[in-house]
Write a protein that binds this ligand. Structure first.
Ligand code: UD1
Length: 420
């Protein structure tokens, strides 16, 4: 299994470009099931999670291919009429976002059988809100042998009020509603930029959607959709991770593709901690302080501080000049990186959903283990600041969501190498 070695203590400088957004690519490729012809998606990141979804689509009989060589960031998805609308456990258990095929399958084929994802490292993560939405649109839902079986001859528009703000839940029900008969209103919907991106692409397919980016979506169902050719927006979490890499090393980095309007909450916390951030034509430039000031963080739904940046900020604040309080409000078990950061010398105390991070003057390199995607990024960031060498194992977590992070950091002057 691969490992990543990081030799700490180097200030990062230069320019780096963000890849396409994982959390936009996944719903968009699933949306490729909706139209009758072939759609083309560009700027699709080359990640394990995307490969898993493409494999799932092919298992169902969909023509879903990444183009070869230089064009590997281009993906074609063509769902013909007679596919097997079934997502097996072996694939869904490796990636929860596989449930995103449920909505499109149900809307276009009138039937879907998808394995229940089960728990994951960062909590129970149920899909009850997705199912509640499909049921409101008139689908008959059965749970059997670990699978969700959903059927509807034609979905009917309805008002759905989510009890909880859910990103993939909103996306899944939205993809079902675009082909339903009549009008649907989704209340308490997620406002993440990736939901907005999905709505934009569905509209390009011919869907009628209003309110994207707000908490209420109005959808007027249509009877068919047409294929699209679309380039996926840059990944705001990768952008944020690269900004924190600049910050934690006291460096000066221009992150091309970073968009201030998607990163407000993070940028204001980075500034509070002493970073200087400037918008450029192509992205954002971040200059880090020698020693960060402590800041308190509460994760929340967009436009709040993203839970997907919590672990990386914790690494940064572990070398601050005082104590920071970090509260995790989205997932109940998302502090697994704490024990690993402690092995590097960080002083962090967790009580329930709150972590108190007392800044220390130095971190020291250590062998550490990735426990989930964003935790692995935080350990690499800590390694950049630490004295000595950090060796990260279980790198497959990192590869699920970052395209060659170690190469991008090396390009900025870090010593980060992958060993097979
Ligand atoms: C998405 C992102 C993930 C991010 C998360 C929160 C993708 C592919 N993944 O995950 O990177 O960390 O949003 O921003 O876009 N919940 C329920 N019932 C449901 C659905 C969710 O109780 O039916 C709960 C979850 O357990 C969690 C909270 O709602 O506590 C938010 O989860 P959700 O927004 O659904 O996360 P994902 O869409 O899975």
């Amino acid at each position: 299994m691969d490992r990543i070695l990081v030799e700490g203590g180097r200030r990062l400088e230069g320019e780096v470009t963000v890849s396409g957004a994982k959390n936009a690519a996944l719903p968009l490729l699933a949306a490729g099931l909706l139209p009758e012809g072939p759609s083309t998606f560009r700027n699709v990141p080359d990640l394990a999670d995307v490969s898993t979804l493409l494999r799932l689509l092919r298992t169902m009989g969909v023509d879903a291919q990444r183009l070869p060589g230089e064009d590997r960031h281009v993906v074609r998805v063509h769902a013909v009429n007679g596919i097997t609308a079934e997502a097996p456990y072996e694939l869904v258990r490796t990636m929860r976002a596989s449930v995103l095929v449920l909505g499109p399958l149900l809307a276009r084929y009138g039937h879907a059988r998808v394995s229940l994802p089960g728990g994951c490292a960062i909590g129970a993560r149920p899909i009850d809100q997705h199912l509640k939405g499909f049921a409101a649109l008139g689908a008959e839902i059965q749970l059997e042998e670990g699978y969700v079986e959903a059927r509807a001859t034609r979905l009917r528009g309805a008002t759905v009020r989510f009890d909880k703000v859910t990103v993939t839940g909103t996306e899944n029900v939205l993809m079902a509603a675009v082909l339903a008969e009549g009008d649907t209103v989704l209340e308490n919907a997620a406002r993440e930029p990736e939901v907005e991106e999905l709505a934009r692409v569905l509209r390009a397919m011919g869907a009628q959607i209003e309110g994207a980016g707000t908490d209420t979506l109005h959808i007027h169902g249509v009877s068919r959709l047409r294929p699209v050719d679309h380039a996926i927006l840059p990944d705001r979490i990768e952008a944020g991770t690269l900004l924190v890499a600049a910050a934690i090393t006291g460096g000066d980095v221009h992150v091309r593709g970073a968009r201030a309007e998607h990163l407000d909450a993070l940028l204001s916390k980075l500034r509070e901690a002493g970073c200087s951030i400037a918008s450029t034509e192509a992205g954002l430039r971040c200059r880090g302080p020698e020693v960060p000031r402590p800041v308190d963080i509460q994760t929340n739904e967009h436009p709040g501080f993203p839970t997907d940046m919590q672990a990386q900020m914790m690494a940064f604040l572990s070398v601050a000049s005082g104590p920071s309080v970090i509260s995790e409000n989205i997932f109940e078990n998302r502090f697994m990186h704490v024990a690993e950061l402690q092995r590097m010398g960080a002083n962090i105390r967790v009580e329930g959903r709150t972590a108190v991070v007392k800044g220390v003057p130095h971190l020291s390199g250590a062998p550490v283990m990735a426990t989930d995607l964003r935790a692995s990024a935080s350990l690499i960031l800590a390694g950049l600041r630490a004295q000595g060498t950090t060796e990260l194992s279980r790198v497959y977590h990192l590869d699920r969501g970052y395209e060659k992070l170690e190469a991008k950091l090396s390009q900025l002057g870090a010593r980060a190498t992958r060993v097979k």
